[in-house]
Design a protein around this ligand. Structure first.
Ligand code: FEO
Length: 170
């Protein structure tokens, strides 16, 4: 059984993951609007992945006999100055999420809630991967500087990302 405090915190993270999905979908829309379809593709699958993260929290709360409470999802920004600005915002967001996951782990440890701690370990590893993949794109964008050709090269690369399990998964 989840403590009420842990239940509220997990519901908060469910909401944060939904916001992440919303944010990346908004970034997808931004990239679509500037005709960078490869970048848009990457964000589309990123948004899907965040939805699966939120469902993991949804299922876990139910599995532990808790009560899911769906909270209001904040509206994300809709415009950015450049692809570089989008990926800087993405890395900042993922670092924030990593901090939230770490806080949840600390709460689980303090409550001796081992089941929740084990559940959260998947997210601890996932955040390492998330930060790594976002940093990879960010570094490429920084290297490229103002060169337009570089932007289209990265765009072609990001177009290869597909749904988990399909060929070309990023
Ligand atoms: Fe679900 Fe990107 O953190």
């Amino acid at each position: 059984m989840l403590s009420e405090k842990m239940q509220d915190a997990l519901n908060g993270q469910l909401n944060a993951e939904l916001y992440s999905s919303y944010l990346y979908l908004s970034m997808n829309a931004y990239f679509k609007s500037v005709n960078l379809d490869g970048f848009a593709n990457w964000m589309y699958f990123q948004a899907q992945e965040e939805l699966t993260h939120s469902l993991k929290f949804y299922d876990f709360i139910n599995q532990r006999g808790g009560k899911v409470k769906l909270l209001q999802v904040e509206a994300p920004p809709t415009d950015w100055d450049s692809p570089l600005a989008v990926f800087e915002a993405t890395l900042e967001h993922e670092q924030k999420v990593t901090g939230l996951i770490n806080e949840l782990v600390e709460m689980a440890l303090a409550e001796h809630d081992h089941a929740t701690n084990i559940f959260l370990q998947w997210f601890v590893s996932e955040q390492v991967e998330e930060e790594e993949s976002v940093t990879g794109v960010l570094e490429q964008l920084k290297l490229m500087g103002e060169a337009k050709g570089g932007l289209f090269m990265i765009d072609r690369e990001l177009a290869k990302r597909s749904a988990p399990g399909e060929a070309g998964e990023a």
